[in-house]
Design a protein around this ligand. Structure first.
Ligand SMILES: [Zn+2]
Length: 106
């Protein structure tokens, strides 16, 4: 892809991107008389935007109605990083830097 196209795609991604991953949690409510306390189904799902910050995990509560938007934002951030990498590799090629090491392992 031409660099200008890549940059335009980066700008699009920045409109919606969110940092973290979308986590799903089911939990017990704590009421001793609830079905969840006696091995029944737990409550949920509850959604979180989960991220590693300074060596610990931070969970940010996501209301149900924002779940799809947050999932799209997480995907946009992944796209943003891929595009950034593609631009960076194009810049390296422009400098004449070639990757001499074959890294074909997957
Ligand atoms: Zn319960």
């Amino acid at each position: 892809m031409a660099k200008q196209k890549l940059v335009e795609a980066v700008v699009v991604a920045t409109e919606t991107m969110l940092w973290g991953s979308l986590g799903t949690v089911y939990r017990r409510c704590g009421k001793p008389t609830c079905h969840c306390a006696t091995g029944g189904e737990k409550h949920g799902p509850v959604f979180y935007l989960t991220r590693g910050e300074h060596g610990h995990t931070r969970n940010i509560y996501v209301p149900d109605e924002l779940r799809d938007q947050v999932a799209a934002g997480v995907a946009a951030y992944r796209r943003y990083r891929e595009l950034g990498q593609e631009i960076a590799e194009g810049n390296a090629r422009r400098l004449g830097l070639e990757n001499k090491q074959k890294r074909r392992r997957r």
